[in-house]
Design a protein around this ligand. Sequence first.
Ligand code: GLY
Length: 253
Amino acid sequence: MDKIIQAKFKSITKIDYQIIIKAGLLNEFDNYLKPIIGTNQVVLVCDETVAGLYGYSFNEKLINSGYKVLYLTVKSGEESKTAAVKEYLELEMLKAKCDRHTVCIALGGGVIGDLVGYLAATYMRGIKFIQIPTTLLSMIDSSVGGKTGINTIYGKNQIGAFCQPQLVLMDLNLLNTLPKEQIINGIVEALKIFLTFNKKYFFKLVEYLPKLVDGNYTKLGKFIAYAVKLKVMVVKKDEKEQNLRMVLNFGHT
Ligand code: GLY
């Protein structure tokens, strides 16, 4: 990922937020975080895998920049997207005296984004949260649009809230440690959204596929930007999934 790609979108319905797509954002976070967090407490949540790769060092950077951070990790995988894990996080936040001005940061893939988003949606009846997606799939899909929630024994995502983040930071450098099958997962999601809404992008990505398979991710940021633009368009039209947004669920069940 040698090229820096920058894209910026003002989005969505009642709440406008920035979606920044660029390599190296985890090193220049302050410009973006400061206006949202100010001097308030931050809760940084990631899973154990991301903790080892980025969580620990990002926590250090936040602390060194003067943020007051409560750093919490959960087990990796879908098993963390539960009421029990959400309650664990809530109790830790209450113990640390997090209040209504506290800002949560979800550093991770879809599981962490959904879990932390829902935590933020209900903590003190709703606090701000920021998404920092670490997988291609969560960049292209779950970090944008405000779907948050947890699973139950009866199925996935049955309990949750529509709750938009205040900011989404997509650091393209994070994709460098992602296993190839996870890259492919994200590419398939992009192909799906392009096939549904923009034939031109679809054929551009198909053309680029052999390079991606060979590990050349230089243009990936552009395709993420195209996909996010289309998702924003859908969410703007149907935030609460009454009709059009249902199309995005194709292939997810
Ligand atoms: N993941 C589908 C949606 O955001 O609507």
